[in-house]
Design a protein around this ligand. Structure first.
Ligand code: SF4
Length: 427
């Protein structure tokens, strides 16, 4: 049998996505901020003799000739990539090739992709072998669904970083863990990856960094984990090896990641992260109001001074990008003032302020559905045509008048990014 030719097409992120900071890329000579990680991980799991062509739509163009070359096209991604994923699916089918769709958005909203020839849902480690066997047996349609939270990430191969043109990106992604122990009502991570974080082995992780290093890359590497400190014990067992690796290799990388705010309570962990050369953190703060935090089940952010916790992270040598959300049910008028004050008190350089979005496959969405408050197109991404990632929220009937929530949202954006406020807190 001739070897299978696979075209892997990374869908474009919607143009208005918060993460699509094109001007910064221009300044630094890159084409897109983040290198894709999902499809290069899948690529490493395919049979070795399959021929792979890899195109990232965020940095290059997918042509009909590429599609015609392939025996199958694999694509899929997150919700802000939904619009382009559907566009790719339609193009591929028009050229007469089968399209295989996977990734988190297809797992959460398979109906959006019902026309795909193959749906591969859930974590790839649990299901990709069945798909490959079916393909080799001649099947040209099917749906494969991994059992939830069962994928053994210690078996995940080193992603095919060699398929990327690393110069196109501001940072390269690696992943140590999947899952988070917390229960935030709006979060889809715990639905997709579970509440018991699963971690890779130390040697496996270092082999990934070795692979990136061998390709000549230096600089910013992002641990894409949704909460790197979800399993502190495993992280503490890994960091000494990471520190030693950095020393041995002359500190070729500086790291960023996302972490829950309880990281600030662990001085030992902070010191290890400092020694490993972590320089940037994303932390979800969401709201200044403890009652609102309790309602969204983000208890880890209550019973603490948020500014004090954030300043502890600064003292460990990391700057903090923080997420804030407007639109929760029991939010009170003037929440905007509270958020601006918190951004000032915590000296947050970059605040990602958004409107609450009921993501498919969350506790929040299920509750709103029961309450009859979800909008019919709540799980459809407009492709950035109507709104960007921050302004596209409130895809449900709000309790407070919608206008009031929007006024608070605009106030936070205007006041926290006014030049005197911004430069005042970052100087
Ligand atoms: S801490 Fe972050 S990843 Fe964990 S449940 Fe909350 S929002 Fe999700």
């Amino acid at each position: 049998m001739a070897q299978t030719r696979v075209l892997m097409a990374v869908p474009r992120f919607s143009s208005g996505s918060f993460w699509n900071y094109g001007k910064t890329c221009d300044l630094l000579g890159a084409k897109y901020p983040a290198a894709p990680l999902g499809l290069i991980t899948v690529a490493a799991m395919l049979p070795k003799d399959w021929d792979i062509r890899f195109i990232d739509g965020n940095t290059g163009d997918l042509t009909d000739a590429d599609i015609a070359w392939a025996d199958m096209v694999m694509t899929g991604g997150m919700l802000p990539q939904q619009f382009d994923t559907v566009t790719i699916m339609e193009r591929v089918q028009k050229v007469g090739r089968p399209v295989v769709i996977g990734g988190p958005d297809a797992t959460s909203s398979p109906d959006v992709y019902a026309a795909a020839d193959f749906l591969v849902l859930g974590e790839a480690e649990g299901i990709l072998d069945s798909f490959v066997a079916a393909w080799l047996a001649g099947e040209r349609k099917g749906r494969f669904e991994a059992e939830k939270f069962q994928a053994d990430v210690t078996t995940t191969p080193t992603p095919r970083f060699d398929l990327l043109n690393l110069k196109d990106y501001l940072h390269v992604g690696v992943q140590f863990s999947r899952g988070c122990p917390f229960t935030c009502e709006f979060c889809d991570i715990i639905e997709l990856y579970g509440r018991k974080p699963r971690t890779k082995m130390n040697g496996q992780m270092l082999a990934e960094l070795d692979a990136v290093l061998r390709l000549g890359y230096r600089g910013h590497v992002d641990f894409v984990d949704d909460n790197l400190v979800g399993n502190k014990k495993a992280l503490k067992a890994f960091l000494p090896d990471l520190i030693a690796w950095q020393k041995r290799n002359g500190y070729p990388f500086e790291f960023s990641t996302e972490a829950s705010i309880n990281l600030a309570d662990d001085a030992d962990l902070l010191e290890m992260m400092r020694q490993a050369n972590f320089f940037a953190l994303f932390v979800g703060i969401e709201s200044p109001d403890p009652e609102t935090l309790r309602q969204m089940q983000k208890k880890q952010n209550t019973r603490r001074s948020i500014p004090e916790s954030i300043h502890k992270l600064y003292r460990a040598g990391m700057f903090v990008t923080a997420g804030f959300i407007v639109g929760f049910d029991n939010e009170k008028d003037g929440v905007g003032d509270g958020i601006v004050q918190l951004i000032e008190d915590s000296a947050i350089p970059v605040a990602m302020v958004g409107l609450l979005y009921a993501l498919p496959n969350t506790q929040l969405t299920r509750r709103l559905e029961k309450e009859g408050r979800l909008h019919p197109t709540h799980d459809v991404d407009s492709g950035g045509v109507e709104a960007d990632q921050c302004t596209a929220g409130l895809n449900f009937d709000t309790i407070r008048p919608r206008r009031d929530a929007l006024v608070d949202f605009l106030e936070v954006v205007d006041r926290s990014y006014a030049p005197e406020a911004y430069f005042g807190r970052v100087r």
